[in-house]
Design a protein around this ligand. Structure first.
Ligand code: TRP
Length: 486
């Protein structure tokens, strides 16, 4: 059997877990999860998101890490190699190209949001958020965005920091920084949750997050939950696959995946528990949109003892978490240019960075002078988010599952995943029958092509999965032999 030789490996046993957690935990958890949960009405959305993480996110993440480690390269190269090993169709590498493109597009709006976190760290420090009212904070946020020079300056700063770290190589910087950053972030969130418990809004916040009201679920919301599951685990966008390519042989992919997914989900739920009590205690609306955390949390920091200190620490941690995610989004592109075209990492970072700067500045203008420039009916900032989360990542996820479930020879994934027969059979069942069907249904429903409501008719979906399983296993059995340990 020919296995690719690893070129760069993580420095320590914890390297991959730290870096993958650093990629997964970011603005998606602290900024995006609360604000879209607020927009889509709370508990029902949260439940759908958790189902998507379990039924789709975890199996797809295992697949991506396994393909990355097997192919040892950027998404395009790793997929090409793994497919070649199976005499498959070389066109599969387009899935890698789409993933890389998605990662890059996400970064173009992500740096703007990360810029908010950086700016708010400074605002906490210099006291310009002190003694603000709810309205005052909304105004501060708007004023910050209205000035393209200020907003653009912060975006450029984040982009340059990201490129600098990626240009030097991810392993060294990232592994060291994460050791203290992840625990630090968890402590800050716990402080905020603790404050929330005393703020008088906790019960309402808790109920908002965890009480299920199916009437609030639209097709839109389902697709948003699915897209967010991909976004928050950094899937179908090159990041996890590329990091997987640095994973040493012999480390358990399943255990690693579970650790990363659990950490990521805990941070998101903690962020929700930190933020919604503040929102309800101050009579704010949970559906305030992308500015939600920036308009609410400073209020909590004002009212708690040592608030300035905690506030500075909190936004600083969020900034670092954002940076560690941003790095992973462009790592695939830099690795690709480096491996395939022999361009040095530094030059690759400068080259891709130039494109990044141009597009991210255009996206930044969506908040001020470019508010009327429309792409697909929304601003450029929203369009980048929409295209990646609603289209590219779900489609990439289907392809990834189909590639692993149908096209690759069974031994290859089994070798890489090193699961027990039952564990392997379960994984195979998910990527062959469950994940693709679920993604497809959510997708068709959001497009209005499904003709029925997948939540009301959940048993239709279960039947579709059962039918596909019977046909698939009869026609080309894979799961059954795996279950028998063959
Ligand atoms: N998962 C990160 C977050 O939740 C964002 C992220 C990092 C990402 N790398 C990615 C999203 C690659 C999509 C693709 O903030």
């Amino acid at each position: 059997m020919t296995r690719e030789k690893p070129k760069n490996l993580w420095l320590s046993r914890w390297g991959f877990i730290l870096a993958a957690t650093g990629s997964a935990v970011g603005l998606g958890n602290i900024w995006k999860f609360p604000y879209i949960t607020g927009e889509y009405g709370g508990g029902a959305f949260v439940l759908m998101y958790l189902v998507c993480i379990l039924a789709i996110g975890i199996p797809v993440m295992m697949t991506e890490i396994a393909i990355g480690r097997r192919g040892r390269g950027s998404p395009i190269d790793a997929i090409a190699r793994v497919v070649r090993e199976n005499n498959g169709n070389p066109a599969w590498k387009l899935v890698g190209s789409m993933a890389m493109l998605a990662g890059f597009m996400i970064l173009c709006f992500y740096v703007v949001v990360a810029g908010w976190a950086f700016a708010y760290t400074v605002k906490m420090l210099d006291g310009s958020l002190a003694a603000s009212s709810v309205e005052g904070l909304a105004q501060t946020f708007e004023a910050h965005n209205a000035n393209p020079w200020v907003l653009g300056g912060w975006s450029v700063l984040v982009a340059l920091l990201t490129l600098f770290i990626v240009g030097r190589g991810v392993q060294a910087g990232v592994e060291r920084a994460f050791r203290w950053m992840m625990p630090g972030l968890a402590v800050m969130l716990l402080v905020l949750v603790g404050y929330g418990l005393t703020s008088g809004g906790f019960d309402e916040g808790f109920a908002f997050l965890f009480s299920f009201d199916a009437s609030k679920l639209s097709g839109e919301a389902l697709l948003a939950a699915l897209g967010h599951a991909f976004f928050t685990l950094s899937l179908a966008s090159g990041a996890i696959l590329t990091y997987g390519s640095y994973l040493p042989d012999g480390q358990s992919i399943a255990r690693t995946t579970f650790m990363v997914a659990i950490a990521d989900t805990c941070v998101a739920l903690l962020a929700g528990l930190a933020i919604f009590p503040v929102i309800f205690a101050n009579g704010m609306s949970p559906s305030a949109g992308p500015g939600l955390i920036f308009m609410s949390l400073p209020l909590a920091f004002q009212q708690m003892p040592f608030g300035t200190l905690f506030g500075v620490l909190f936004f600083a941690m969020v900034s670092v978490a954002a940076l560690s995610s941003a790095i992973s989004m462009i790592e695939a592109t830099v690795a690709y240019l480096n491996e395939k075209h022999g361009i040095s990492r530094g030059k690759a970072a400068i080259g891709s960075g130039t494109v990044l700067l141009v597009i991210s500045l255009l996206a930044m203008l969506s908040f001020n002078v470019g508010a009327d420039w429309k792409l697909f009916g929304t601003t450029l900032f929203d369009a980048l988010d929409y295209l990646t989360s609603r289209w590219m990542m779900p489609l990439g996820g289907i392809f990834m599952a189909v590639l692993a479930g149908y096209c690759l020879r069974a031994e290859i994934m089994r070798d890489e995943l090193e699961l027990s027969p039952a564990g392997y059979a379960l994984w195979l069942f998910m990527v062959r029958y469950v994940s693709p069907v679920l993604i497809l249904m959510v997708f068709l429903h959001a497009l209005g092509w499904l003709g029925f409501d997948p939540l009301e008719r959940w048993y239709w979906i279960a039947s579709a999965i059962a039918l596909l399983t019977i046909v698939g296993e009869g026609f080309r059995p894979r799961v059954m032999p795996a279950l028998a340990g063959r």
